[in-house]
Design a protein around this ligand. Structure first.
Ligand code: OSB
Ligand code: MG
Length: 370
């Protein structure tokens, strides 16, 4: 595989509803898309960096800089044995996993087209439908949260995750449980607590949560192990699991009982599959996280979610929850059973709506093989 043309774009896409977490409010996304032509085929990937360095150190700007000044010059024209060969080629670049993952995803799309396989099957995925859940941001009031949950359940989703932070936590969970005693419920703290909060966090044990996601520091494993030893509610790590080694450390130290896998956070499919394979061998369930992606990133999340270890519903949900109009066709839809059907067409399985992408593009840069 030889990359002939690489185009990086930034799109501005307004969210239908602002999304609030313990680290801030997002109203519009600055989406980075990578389009690659190699051996005559075109593939798409999304760089899932946030607008600010709050979920991870990467941002829209750092990713643009690293692709423009380092990744693109290294990869355009370089012969690659396969999409999986990108990792070793980019290994001199430390960090910047989301920037790398966006490019790698486009190469996997191309490889799947070349092999005439749906991307899910090329990856080793088996499922024809994936179970999905929703991630609900912090709401202005408890009443607003309850109403939002009601809507999502009515739409068919059968796992609800709510964001929490100190002062907006136990009482909310108590109210939600009171109103919806049976639902699959979990919380995500995005690192808003400290180990000293353990006595407080233990009180979540009363509410039969599926898990509590990333309660402590974004780069910590050790203190999560100390917290997990004191709590019944399973801990799920998101931010802390940046590669296979961190996953192994977390499992060996019993810092968590569940792992959220995100393509961008771990640097792409190759590393995501390694984390998946480890968890599967150890009997640790995984699920696919979301980063408020456009349809391109969403389609990749669907493909990843078909791997056999993804036994829990993820944060992969319908385009409609985020966008007035998505940039792929068909848009991602949820069935009445709260599932998403996996496309059977070769490659990503969704067509990119070029005219819409063009309309939303704020800047673009292209590199060509000579
Ligand atoms: O922690 O899972 C997270 C969104 C942005 C950054 C981090 C997270 C999230 C979400 C939303 O929870 C998931 C989604 O709906 O895409
Ligand atoms: Mg999370």
């Amino acid at each position: 595989m030889k990359i002939e043309v690489l185009t990086l774009r930034e799109l501005r896409m307004e969210l239908r509803h602002p999304f609030e977490t313990s680290f801030g409010l997002t109203r519009a996304r600055r989406i980075l898309l990578v389009e690659v032509t190699a051996d005559g085929a075109t593939g798409w990937g999304e760089i899932t960096a946030g607008e600010g360095p709050f979920y991870s150190g990467e941002t829209t700007e750092t990713a643009w800089h690293v692709v423009r000044d380092f990744i693109a010059p290294m990869v355009v024209e370089a012969p690659l044995p396969s999409a999986g060969g990108l990792g070793p080629l980019l290994s001199p670049i430390r960090g910047h996993p989301m920037a790398k993952a966006g490019l790698e995803a486009a190469l996997w799309d191309i490889e799947a087209q070349q092999k005439n396989l749906p991307l899910s099957r090329l990856l080793g995925g088996e499922l024809e439908e994936i179970a999905c859940g929703v991630s609900i941001g912090l709401q202005p009031s408890p009443a607003a949260l309850l109403e939002k949950i009601e809507q999502e359940l009515a739409a068919g989703y059968h796992r609800i995750k709510i964001k929490i932070k100190p002062g907006k936590d136990l009482e909310l969970v108590r109210l939600v449980r009171e109103r919806f005693p049976q639902i699959k419920l979990m919380v995500d703290a995005n690192s808003a607590y400290r180990l000293e909060d353990a006595p407080h966090l233990k009180q979540f044990d009363a509410y039969r949560l599926m898990m509590i996601e990333q309660p402590l520091a974004h780069d910590d494993i050790f203190e999560h192990a100390q917290l997990q030893a004191q709590t019944k509610t399973p801990i799920c790590l998101d931010e802390s699991i940046t590669n296979l080694r961190q996953a192994r450390a977390a499992l060996d130290l019993q810092a968590c009982k569940v792992i959220n896998i995100k393509l961008g956070r771990v640097g792409g499919y190759t590393e995501a599959r390694r984390v998946h394979d480890l968890c599967r061998a150890r009997g640790i369930p995984v699920w696919c996280g979301g980063m408020l992606e456009s349809g391109v990133g969403r389609a990749h999340n669907i493909a990843l979610s078909t791997l056999p270890g993804f036994t829990l519903p993820g944060d992969v949900s319908a385009s409609r929850r985020y966008w007035e109009a998505d940039i792929i066709e068909p848009e991602v839809e949820v069935t009445r059973q709260g599932t998403i059907r996996v496309p059977a067409a070769p490659g990503l399985g969704f067509a990119v709506r070029r005219e819409r992408v063009e309309k939303l593009t704020k800047r673009r840069e292209t590199w060509r093989a000579r």
